[in-house]
Design a protein. Structure first.
Length: 382
């Protein structure tokens, strides 16, 4: 494999020069050669599982516990945001929950008062029941009037109703206390979660690739403070234009050249084609995995690549200058130009699918010697 990233097809064409009406012409015949078509794509080195470590709350960074190059594990607290408001809210919610929780205990003042009411009404009901039973015996012995028995019954029914109401009141007070405890506990948990966001922790294991913030910096929610990635899995992230993305397939071979060392070529393969168009770069994104050992692993290093999309055996080729912009060629001995069907057109070569064959003699005046620059044209007009 030639160690130049942008490879050209080195072909030898039989060429004859002629002069016609003061202009040079050139003749050649097409030839057949094996041709490899590639798609050029530039990009950068990127680490797998790369992500931005972001702040989840507004405030000043009181601690930044990392440096570039540090290896971190999931859950490691890497920075702390000094957010006093969240801390005050958490403490207030915690205190309110403690009070609400104590109010659910049997010795809570409200429940004790409700229990005392039950005891009093129970004693009154039992006393009125005893009195009613006594009045019933007296009535059976014709010792009291009927109205006295009726009054005893009314008194007992009233005491019984007050006792049942006291029981229901205790249940309601207990239910309200439990509801208040649940509500305050939820509020406490929410504020604990908010306060926990003051601690910025690593999500996935990796290496600190870039440090964006220092202690004392003010950060907003969602603002990045570091870039973290897995340096043990470095790949090429490249941009492919709309005209070529349809040619790219997973598994195709690619040759990659880092801009820091243009003398070295790395072999790789297309590992992934991102499913959406990238608006920021106006291109499609592809991931190229290295199959050669990579000896330079600094992320965001710029690179360029050629992805092999097709290899054509025994392709019919002509020099680019023999094809005009309308897709026609001039055949020797014919007055009218011939339309040809092409597969690819590069700066130097054209692959022809039909219209001519290897025995066709082509003629062109598209030569540098026939081109007149501006100063020469002005001189001829004088």
């Amino acid at each position: 494999m030639n160690q130049k990233l942008i490879r050209t097809i080195v072909l030898t064409f039989p060429v004859l020069l002629f002069y016609s009406c003061g202009k040079k012409t050139e003749e050649t015949k097409p030839i057949r050669k094996d041709v490899t078509e590639t798609v050029f794509a530039s990009g950068i080195l990127e680490a797998d599982n790369t992500y931005d470590l972001t702040a989840q709350a507004d405030g000043y960074l009181s601690q930044v516990n990392f440096e570039e190059g540090d290896v971190v594990a999931p859950g490691n607290v890497l920075a702390i945001v000094n957010n006093r408001e969240a801390a005050f809210n958490e403490q207030s919610a915690t205190d309110l929950y403690k009070i609400a929780h104590r109010n659910t205990q049997n010795n809570a003042p409200a429940l004790q008062q409700a229990q005392n009411t039950i005891n009093i009404n129970k004693q009154k009901m039992e006393l009125d029941l005893t009195n009613l039973q006594r009045y019933q015996k007296l009535w059976e012995n014709n010792s009291i009037a009927k109205i006295d028995l009726d009054n005893a019954k009314i008194q007992y029914e009233s005491s019984k109703s007050n006792y049942e109401n006291a029981l229901e009141n205790y249940k309601q007070s207990q239910q309200q206390a439990n509801q208040q405890a649940i509500s305050t506990q939820a509020t406490k948990n929410i504020y604990e979660l908010i306060t926990g966001k003051n601690k910025i922790s690593a999500v996935v294991a990796g290496k600190i690739l870039k440090k964006y913030k220092q202690p004392g910096d003010y950060v907003k929610r969602g603002e990045s403070i570091a870039l973290i990635g897995n340096i043990h899995d470095i790949y090429s992230k490249v941009n492919v234009d709309e005209g070529n993305i349809g040619k790219i397939k997973v598994g195709q071979i690619a040759y990659i050249q880092l801009n820091i060392n243009k003398e070295k070529i790395y072999k790789g393969t297309v590992k992934e084609i991102y499913p959406s168009f990238d608006e920021s770069t106006q291109s499609f994104i592809c991931k190229l995995a290295f199959t050669d050992s990579l000896d330079f692993t600094i992320v965001n290093t710029q690179l360029q690549s050629n992805i092999i999309v097709t290899t054509t055996k025994n392709a019919l080729l002509i020099p680019r200058k023999y094809l005009d912009f309308g897709g026609y060629v001039q055949v020797k001995g014919q007055k009218e130009k011939v339309k040809v069907v092409t597969k690819f057109v590069s700066n130097e070569w054209v692959q022809v699918l039909s219209g001519i064959d290897e025995n066709t003699v082509l003629v062109t005046e598209n030569l540098a010697a026939n081109k007149t620059n501006t100063s020469e044209a002005g001189a001829q007009l004088n």
